[in-house]
Write a protein that binds this ligand. Structure first.
Ligand SMILES: [Zn+2]
Length: 503
């Protein structure tokens, strides 16, 4: 591979590079490959990412305007990302492989750390989850030194390449949002739903965790309640695919007939239980990967990822690559994922697919709202924590207790201080999720108005989404607010959804 001589050539080669890296990540993710070998891919493309290419793209950006400027800006960011990867791919592979190879011991048997994490979601015993939770926490924490040095190395390099030493300013410029304003707005929304969250916890936590639960249970129980495990008899893993495909058909998407989306639903021991989409080359090659364990979470995860997959597979193939695959951040695509996922919080959906009576359906949907509120509040606290971490990164090692305090207080679950690095999303992804939370509630409010209360099973919703999908990754998250006539940080719709209580 030679150095690209023009922005267009760079864009073409970049598309091949992203494709190869995505396919490598997919193979590891689904358990087809035991070791991650991103470094080999990066090495093949070393000539694509050079400082002189970065400089040229930076100059190109300055001479351009409108959407061409935006396209070049994204190519410049991708070049920066590639340069970073060249420097850190080996260390990053080493960390990933060390985590993959970590064995823990539980109940006289040994298992991979990742299997232990997956087991937490399905382990029936409260005491057992407490015990396994702390074993998993310790198993993960032994990699903290490595995580930290990788973070520091990446940060230093990024500061050097961009000339912007402040990671918060740099990320805010890239995302074109004020991260402190986002934090304040979602912090206020989180506080505004304090009472509703407290009441829902009281209503459902005994049923979800059993009467022996503590007032503030350990975070070891979160993946278990996220799955709504006691209801797993209703939300079986066997029905997940069929019900989700049906739910998508109701809004006008036939996922099974959509040849661009490759479904991987198999159960393999090393397959990461977290569902994901890998958009190797949108719109033609988009992988949707899940591993059902049973429980409502399977349905939520499948529909969430279907939202991403339909977005990437639904873009206009004639768009430049920069608007099919690249974005300044993930805050746009998360809107679509959140929206499709939220179908599972409609009480009627539970009646229709699971034959529940109205009252039971309402109670189950309300439990799903409990989980949703827990996650939103946890993320609002995570953003606060991450802003403090990066604002005082010189004292990174002492950040654990701050993280634990903030996230535990917001969620009502005891998070371990040692999780502060494993629980941190790179590039302030946390803020992308939060912007999507705010935006999706606005979109639902608009759909209720335009389509009606049955927006979640009306093909008009599919039409609305298809129009947006066609634009690919072009618009920003905030552009969607503009089109709907909402202010970017108007958390009113979100607060009224999460703050409403059913009686
Ligand atoms: Zn997502």
């Amino acid at each position: 591979m030679n150095a690209a001589s023009t922005a267009d050539e760079f864009e073409r080669n970049l598309s091949d590079y992203v494709y190869e890296r995505s396919e490598e990540a997919r193979a590891v993710r689904v358990g087809e490959k035991e070791t991650s070998d991103q470094a080999a891919v990066v090495a093949r493309y070393e000539a694509l990412f050079t400082r002189s290419t970065l400089e040229r793209l930076t100059q190109d950006v300055e001479g351009a305007a409108g959407s061409e400027r935006e396209r070049l800006e994204r190519l410049k960011e991708a070049c920066l990302g590639g340069l970073l990867s060249i420097e850190i791919a080996e260390a990053s592979d080493a960390l990933e492989n060390a985590i993959l190879n970590t064995e823990i011991t539980f109940e006289d048997g040994s298992m991979p750390l990742r299997a232990g994490q997956a087991r937490l979601a399905v382990l029936e015993s409260y005491a057992g989850r407490d015990e396994l939770g702390s074993i998993v926490t310790d198993g993960s924490a032994q990699h903290n030194e490595r995580r930290l040095s990788l973070l520091e190395a990446a940060e230093q390099l990024e500061a050097d390449l961009t000339g912007q030493p402040d990671p918060i300013v740099r990320n805010a410029e890239l995302k074109q949002v004020d991260l402190f304003e986002v934090r304040d707005a979602v912090g206020r929304a989180s506080s505004a739903v304090d009472n509703a969250y407290g009441a829902r916890r009281e209503d459902h936590l005994d049923a979800l965790l059993g009467p022996e639960r503590e007032d503030e249970p350990s975070s070891a129980h979160v993946s278990y309640i996220r799955r709504l495990s006691p209801l797993a008899g209703t939300y079986t893993k066997e029905r997940a695919v069929e019900v989700c495909l049906d739910s998508l058909r109701a809004v006008g998407f036939d996922l099974a007939a959509e040849h661009r989306i490759k479904l991987d639903l198999e159960d393999r021991p090393q397959k990461n239980p977290r569902a994901c989409v890998i958009a190797s080359r949108p719109p033609d090659v988009v992988h949707l990967i899940t591993r059902a364990q049973g429980g409502l979470a399977d349905y939520e995860a499948f529909l969430h990822e279907a939202g991403h997959a339909l977005h990437y597979a639904g873009c206009d193939p004639d768009l430049p690559y920069a608007f099919r695959r690249l974005a300044r951040d993930h805050a746009l695509t998360e809107i679509y994922a959140f929206l499709v996922e939220s179908i599972t919080r409609e009480p009627e959906w539970h009646v229709r697919h699971f034959g529940l009576d109205d009252e039971t359906a309402q109670r189950h949907a309300d439990m799903a709202f409990l989980i949703e509120t827990l996650l939103f509040r946890r993320y609002a606290a995570k953003l606060d924590s991450e802003l403090r971490f990066w604002g005082d990164v010189g004292n990174a090692r002492s950040h654990g207790p701050v993280y634990a305090e903030l996230v535990s207080a917001a969620s009502g679950f005891r998070y371990p201080a040692s999780g502060y690095l494993a629980d941190m999303d790179s590039g302030f992804y946390t803020a992308d999720y939060l912007r999507a939370w705010v935006r999706t509630a606005q979109v639902r409010a608009a759909l209720r108005e335009q389509v009606g209360g049955n927006w979640w099973c009306d093909e008009a919703t599919g039409e609305f989404l298809r129009e947006l999908f066609r634009e690919g990754t072009g618009p920003s998250n905030e552009d969607i607010a503009d089109r709907l006539g909402f202010a970017a940080l108007d958390t009113g719709p979100l607060e009224s959804e999460l703050g409403a209580t059913y009686a």
